[in-house]
Structures are given as structure tokens and as C-alpha cells.
Ligand binder design. Structure first.
Ligand code: HEM
Length: 414
């Protein structure tokens, strides 16, 4: 008798969801996660380009892992927060950052930057974000093909970051370059390219060290560099910690929001009627923003390392195991989100998405990201702006950053 698909043992092909080539197409990676979810919340992949690892694929199981930071560690020296490993044979510099620390160090450093993202700060930033967004949209060509990623997503998020750091405006594209370099997974896998990658990151350190020294000589200000200089928890950071936390804030604030803004164009083209309904009724936009972030899930995973043996959903995770929480899968978990592949701005539980993570490391910049994306959608609605794909978008070659390198579009009104 033929074995039904549901009974067939899962092979390495099913289990290894980390293969980079499969991340270039939605049509390949999403069904793989669907198969895994149908078979259980946790799966052990015994070998991969990134070594053996657990995949946590259900919404509930990810919340359980994130809820036990005492067992599932983020520590950079144990492997950090992505599926990648530091190569012990390479003399790579260390890059400690608070997203990759456990309590108590994490607590103090997170508290230092948190004041930059309070509701009051968001209210202070909003008019400026709206002005920049409106000016940018008004400057876009009509009836002409251009790259949405470069002209809109990168420009808006890089500009935001320059403001947060009080970074020299004319040099702001350096922030884009450094963020892309930090997350360049193709370079990480290749010794020579990785060396060039580090050269670029050291340029960044040199630049920020200059800014640090200039700001240290001045009174405290509301920018992130000044906050790091003047807080007890971060004032005495080692140069490596300074580098690590810079990369964290630059990547955190850059790639993620950028790919939500690019995802907005995809959602609009794939789910035209739902998008139009949101544009016609801007009261739907705040929920639509949460839905867009769920649907896109700009960071596909975070990783933890088990500090002790732990039973979860009938599986034994051993001390030292690598545990990869696939947010992209949790946000498509059909037991939580009906018709999860559909972009539905009025989805009742869109806010339950895990794209910002959960627990003590939940994204500290979430409010800022929502604010920027919400303003972009509102300003597009005001202009009755339709952004139509004018060619195949190019995806980022990564199983971590989930987004687009380029997206040819043309603007139409109506
Ligand atoms: C849609 C946009 C964004 C997404 C999807 C996103 C996603 C995430 C995720 C998944 C985490 C880890 C959560 C966990 O481990 O539980 C995180 C942490 C973090 N994010 Fe974001 N992020 C976004 C925007 C931003 C922005 C705008 C900033 C700052 C400018 C930022 C700064 C950070 C920082 C500093 C952390 C570390 C928090 C901690 O370890 O306590 N993020 N983000």
C-alpha cells in the first residue's frame, strides 16, 4: 500500500529550511514550512550548511522558547541570534550587542536606548517623518519605471536612522552600505569576501568613533550616540561592544523597515482589492500596518542556544543545541491566522504576529517601525497612489533578512 504523504518520514530535503537558494522564491520556502507545521511544532535537522539545528515552526512553540530566556540563550559567544556560526578558524573580531546578550547585561543596555522609542518620542518625530515621506512621494516620477527599494524604502529608512543618530545627512547612504554589509550572508560564507566585509565594518567603527569623540565633548542630546555615551550601562562599553550595538541599531532600524515598505508594493500588487479597500478607508491603516509586517516578516528567524536539556512538545532539546525560531512560519501558522498567505488589512488578530519577536528581546524599535510604515501608507492613500510592478523584483539572498534588493515599479493614480 502506498504511504500517504502525511505518514512518509520527513527527509533532509523537507527538514532543511535553511538552504539559501530556496529563499529566493516564496513558492519554494512557504510550502516547506507548511509541511513541517502539519507534522509538528519542532523538527530536528541533523545536517545543513549551518550545522545541525532545531526548527521551531509553530506560533505557540516560538512563544514558549522566547518565554524561557533562562534556558534558550541569545549569547553571542554561544552562537548569537542567527543560524550562522562564527568560524573558529578565522580570527574574526567579536561583535557583542545587546540583542545577543542575556540578563542582566541585556537589561541595562536595552534600557539605555529605550527612551528613543517611547510614545512621547514618537509623537515628537511624527511631523518630521510625515514631511520627509510626503516630500519624497511628491518627488517620484510618474509613467516612468524606477526602483522602489532604492528610491523609497532605503531613502526613508536611512533618513530616519540618520536622524536617530544625528548622523551627517550628506553621508547617510553610508548607513545603508554598512547595514547591508553587516548582514551580507553571501560574504560571510566566503573568506575573501568576508575580509572585505570586515574592512567596511571597520570604516564604520572609525566613522562612529569620530562622532563619539565629538559628542562626548558636548552636553547630552536626544540622539542615540549621545544616549550611549551618557548612560551608566553603556558609557564604558569596549570598542567591540560599541561596534556590536551600532550594527544592531543600524540593521535593526534599516533592513527591517525597508523590507516592510517594499513588501507594501508586493501586497498591493498581489492583493489589489484588499489593498484598495484599505486605501479608500484610512481607518484600516493602523491594523493594515500590523498585517503588512505579519505578511512580510522582514526577519525570517532568530536563533537561541539551549543552556540545559529541555522538554518541549514531546521533544528533548539538548544543552548546546541550536534552536532556530522561524517567525516566517509562525506568522503563516494556520491555527492562528486563517488564510495566512493572504494580505488582509482588516484581519482581526493581525497584531498577534511574531515579526517583532516576543518576550525580553521583543523589538525595541517596533513603535518607530509602525509609525514610519503607517505614515507611508497614509501619504500614499492621500495621493491615491498606485504602485505597479514593472518587472520581476530581486530578492535578498538570505534566510535571515527576508526582503528585496530591487523592485522595478511604475506609479499610476486612481
Ligand atoms: C518592521 C520593522 C522591524 C522588525 C520586523 C524588527 C524585528 C525585530 C526582531 C525579530 C527582534 C528580535 C526579537 C526577539 O528576539 O524576540 C528585534 C529586536 C530589536 N530591534 Fe527590531 N525590528 C524592526 C524595526 C526596528 C527599528 C526601527 C529599530 C531601531 C531603530 C529596531 C531595533 C531593534 C533592537 C535594538 C532590537 C534588540 C532588542 C533586544 O534585544 O532587547 N528594530 N527586532
Amino acid at each position: 500500500m502506498a504511504t500517504r504523504a502525511a505518514e512518509r518520514p520527513l527527509g533532509l530535503d523537507d527538514l532543511d529550511v535553511s538552504r539559501l537558494d530556496e529563499w529566493l522564491e516564496y513558492s519554494r520556502i512557504l510550502p516547506k514550512f507548511r509541511t513541517l507545521r502539519a507534522r509538528g511544532p519542532l523538527h530536528w535537522c541533523p545536517e545543513s550548511a549551518f550545522g545541525p539545528y532545531w526548527s521551531v515552526v509553530s506560533h505557540a512553540a516560538i512563544m514558549e522558547v522566547e518565554g524561557r530566556p533562562d534556558i534558550f540563550s541569545s549569547r553571542w559567544d554561544l552562537g548569537g541570534i542567527t543560524i550562522f556560526e562564527r568560524n573558529p578558524d578565522r580570527s574574526e573580531p567579536e561583535m557583542p550587542m545587546f540583542i545577543a546578550m542575556d540578563r542582566p547585561q541585556h537589561t541595562g543596555q536595552r534600557r539605555t536606548v529605550a527612551p528613543a522609542f517611547t510614545p512621547a518620542e514618537m509623537a515628537r518625530q511624527a511631523p518630521d517623518i510625515r514631511r520627509r515621506t510626503a516630500d519624497l512621494l511628491d518627488s517620484l516620477p510618474e509613467g516612468e519605471v524606477f526602483d522602489w527599494v532604492d528610491r523609497v524604502s532605503i531613502e526613508l529608512t536611512t533618513g530616519m536612522l540618520a536622524i536617530l543618530f544625528a548622523f551627517p545627512w550628506e553621508d547617510r547612504r553610508l548607513l545603508t552600505k554598512w547595514s547591508d554589509t553587516a548582514t551580507d550572508t553571501t560574504a560571510i560564507a566566503d573568506d575573501e569576501a568576508n575580509q572585505r566585509r570586515w574592512d567596511t565594518l571597520f570604516e564604520m567603527v572609525a566613522y562612529f568613533t569620530k562622532l563619539w569623540n565629538e559628542r562626548a565633548a558636548k552636553d547630552p542630546g536626544p540622539d542615540l550616540i549621545s544616549m550611549l555615551i551618557h548612560s551608566d550601562a553603556t558609557r564604558n562599553m569596549t570598542p567591540q561592544e560599541y561596534l556590536g550595538n551600532l550594527v544592531l541599531l543600524i540593521v535593526g532600524g534599516n533592513d527591517t523597515t525597508r523590507n516592510t515598505m517594499s513588501g507594501a508594493v508586493m501586497a498591493q500588487n498581489l492583493y489589489r482589492a484588499n489593498w484598495e479597500r484599505m486605501m479608500a478607508d484610512p481607518a484600516l491603516i493602523p491594523n493594515g500596518v500590523a498585517e503588512l509586517i505579519r505578511w512580510q516578516t522582514p526577519l525570517a528567524h532568530m536563533r537561541r542556544t539551549a543552556l540545559a536539556d529541555f522538554e518541549l512538545h514531546g521533544e528533548t532539546i539538548r544543552a548546546g543545541d541550536k534552536v532556530v525560531m522561524w517567525y516566517l512560519s509562525a506568522n503563516r501558522d494556520e491555527s492562528v491566522f486563517a488564510d495566512p498567505d493572504v494580505f488582509l488589512p482588516w484581519r482581526e488578530n493581525a497584531r498577534r504576529h511574531l515579526a517583532f519577536g516576543f518576550g525580553i528581546h521583543r523589538c525595541v524599535g517596533a513603535r518607530l517601525a509602525e509609525l514610519q510604515v503607517g505614515i507611508l501608507l497614509e501619504e500614499m492613500a492621500k495621493r491615491r497612489m498606485r504602485v505597479e510592478l514593472a518587472g520581476e523584483p530581486t530578492r535578498v539572498y538570505s534566510n535571515f533578512v527576508h526582503g528585496y534588493r530591487a523592485m522595478p515599479v511604475e506609479i499610476r493614480r486612481g
